[in-house]
Design a protein around this ligand. Structure first.
Ligand SMILES: [Zn+2]
Length: 273
């Protein structure tokens, strides 16, 4: 039974599955599936920056590190990467892969670029139909590449109650991730929203992380240093674990499985973010 099935079964029986007087065997926590999407790849280099820095290389190296660090932190986690080498994947293939696997959380990893060389730092994005600012809008258009811009189909998806639940969860995931990253990485620019195609079709809390600007000299140097990538991976994996713990372990320890959803459509959920 995976995490989602477990939660659904708990709600279906009014939490009896954890409130039962029958002793539960140890280590019964459901498996939580974490999908790490390494942005770009193959013929899609992504952003090109200082010193020949390629976004697709940074995203792959960092994604692999994040996957290994997440695996190392908890036993009841499964981690899957969208790609493990330099191969091209469409954005739809990435989303489909995560959805079919039944991922519980989705993190897409990228590196940013800007025409202004001094712009630097990491950013965390989650989905919305409208970008939170012009820079976020431009970035979404860049990351979406050849895929169609947001259209009426996407608008209808965004109006879907379930999707709105995921956006609320993604917003909380972004807060948790930003807190985790800001403890060890010096310059976090912001949490922003934008209509990223790779986040539009996901059926779970989903983030896109821009790890830094390859067009900034200092960021480009740091993003090519294995030690800095490990620090970033530590921070991102901590953000994933902290979010999962808030949704899973913390509540299980208190025998109240509350997968938070503040849309109002699932009133049995409790939101105490
Ligand atoms: Zn990218």
């Amino acid at each position: 039974m995976n995490f989602r099935d477990f939660i659904l079964s708990c709600f279906a029986v009014g939490f009896v599955c954890v409130a039962s007087s029958e002793p539960s065997p140890p280590h019964q926590s459901p498996i939580v599936k974490v999908f790490i999407d390494a942005g770009h790849g193959g013929r899609d280099d992504g952003a090109r920056g200082k010193f020949g820095t390629l976004e697709k290389k940074i995203s792959l190296e960092l994604s692999k590190l994040v996957a290994s660090k997440v695996k190392a932190r908890r036993l009841n986690l499964e981690v899957r990467l969208s790609r493990e080498d330099d191969k091209f994947l469409t954005l739809t293939e990435r989303v489909t892969s995560a959805n079919r696997w039944g991922a519980d959380v989705f993190v897409s990893i990228h590196a940013n670029s800007s025409p202004i060389p001094k712009v630097h730092g990491y950013e965390i994005y989650f989905l919305s139909s409208e970008a939170s600012d012009d820079a976020a809008k431009d970035l979404a258009e860049l990351e979406n590449g050849e895929t169609p811009k947001i259209n009426s189909d996407v608008e209808s998806i965004l109006n879907d109650v379930q999707t709105n639940n995921h956006i609320v969860e993604s917003s909380r995931f972004a807060d948790v991730m930003f807190n985790a990253m800001s403890k060890s990485i010096a310059f976090g620019r912001a949490i922003r929203q934008a209509p990223f195609t790779v986040l539009q079709g996901t059926t779970m809390p989903a983030l896109l992380i821009e790890a830094g600007y390859v067009t900034n000299k200092d960021d480009a140097i740091k993003l090519q240093r294995p030690l800095y990538l490990k620090r970033l991976a530590d921070a991102i994996s901590l953000g994933v674990i902290n979010f999962v713990q808030r949704d899973v372990t913390y509540d299980y320890d208190n025998k109240t499985p509350k997968r938070k959803s503040s849309s109002g459509s699932t009133s049995s959920h409790s939101d105490h973010a």
